[in-house]
Design a protein around this ligand. Structure first.
Ligand code: FPP
Length: 238
């Protein structure tokens, strides 16, 4: 089973890490404690994905809608992200992880923007695992941004309407080189996309688990990959 599983790995796994707040509430803890535990879970899964030989892992860390959360939660989250970048960057560099951030990054606090671009440049030549962190990310916004960029090219006579097709449109997404996710995992029992990779997920396999993100561990990740192994992907054909 393990042998087969490793032979049919998804190239790109994307995860909607949900349930930190509920994990904390059921323990009588403040929500932010759930986010702290969420960072530990993310670290485990990044290491596991690298170990298994998965080439692309995308984690939905902060949506563009998350800016609407109470300001103290948002501030705490960014202090956690800042701490995580400082704590783990050496390890990510040493483990051959290429880190990319995706989203409306101009909205991030300036010190986080600096940390983000430093980590991207420090890991740019790595090629073991590409880790994409979706931060301040909204898929509708991404599609609108792509449409605006294409419209501008047409206005500048650098492109015509006939040049627009699925492949050329893709070139205007935030990370055009990122392959479509083969598998999207969402934790915590919710079954929706929440504005995540809407263009890219056209033929993704979906995996839902009731496990809250802080409890999602290496063995659950393996289970999700094993489940993917049994899927029949037809891409609209027979
Ligand atoms: C989802 O739980 C969590 C988030 C939206 C926030 C941030 C994610 C982490 C801290 C995990 C790891 C981060 C990185 C950078 C890899 P929720 O708050 O929506 O939970 P709830 O639905 O139970 O309220």
């Amino acid at each position: 089973m393990k042998q087969n599983l490793f032979n049919n790995l998804p190239l790109h796994v994307a995860i909607i890490m949900d349930g930190n707040g509920r994990w904390a509430s059921i323990r009588g803890l403040p929500r932010v404690k759930g986010h702290e535990a969420g960072i530990d879970a993310a670290k485990k899964i990044i290491n596991k994905a690298g170990e298994m030989g998965i080439k692309y892992l995308t984690l939905f860390a902060f949506s563009i809608e998350n800016w609407g959360r109470p300001q103290d939660e948002v501030m705490y989250l960014f202090s956690l992200f800042d701490k995580a970048i400082n704590t783990y960057s050496d390890e990510l560099i040493a483990n051959g992880v290429k880190v990319k951030f995706m989203g409306t990054l101009s909205l991030l606090p300036p010190d986080i923007q600096e940390g983000v671009s430093l980590l991207e440049s420090q890991t740019a030549d790595n090629n073991h695992l590409t880790l994409v962190i979706a931060m301040s990310y909204g898929s509708r916004q991404e599609i609108v941004d792509a449409t605006k960029a294409i419209s501008q090219k047409i206005l500048n006579d650098q492109m015509t309407i006939d040049d627009i097709n699925v492949d050329s449109f893709r070139q205007y997404l935030y990370l055009p080189e990122l392959p479509d996710p083969d598998l999207i995992i969402r934790t915590s029992g919710e079954k929706r996309f929440s504005n995540f990779l809407l263009f890219q997920s056209a033929y993704s396999e979906l995996y839902f688990t009731d496990t809250l993100w802080p409890d999602f561990d290496e063995s659950e990740f393996e289970e999700a990959i094993a489940d993917f192994y049994n899927r029949k992907r037809r891409y609209g054909k027979i």
